[in-house]
Design a protein around this ligand. Sequence first.
Ligand SMILES: [Cu+2]
Length: 105
Amino acid sequence: MKRRILLLGGAALFAGAALADENKPVVTIDRATFMPAELEVKVGTEIEWINRDSDEHNVTENTKAFRSPILDTGETWRRVFTEAGTVEYYCSLHPHMTGRIRVVA
Ligand SMILES: [Cu+2]
């Protein structure tokens, strides 16, 4: 695992900004909804959440493996997904808000 992280780091150094841009999906939070609600990314991808709603929200993994701070309007939060698998999350302030990330090798 450690070796894979080192290799990814090296690739990022050589590829530069172009790779980072096309590999940076965004989940927008608006009207108490994560959009897109489901996203498929490759291992090592950084996802950004941005709160475009007038209410505060957060990003909480279903088993609380991670939780973002509370995001006020206009605030963002990012996380890199380093393991393949399906990640289910919700907003702990509004548990009906749910989303899913499918991380593929
Ligand atoms: Cu919320």
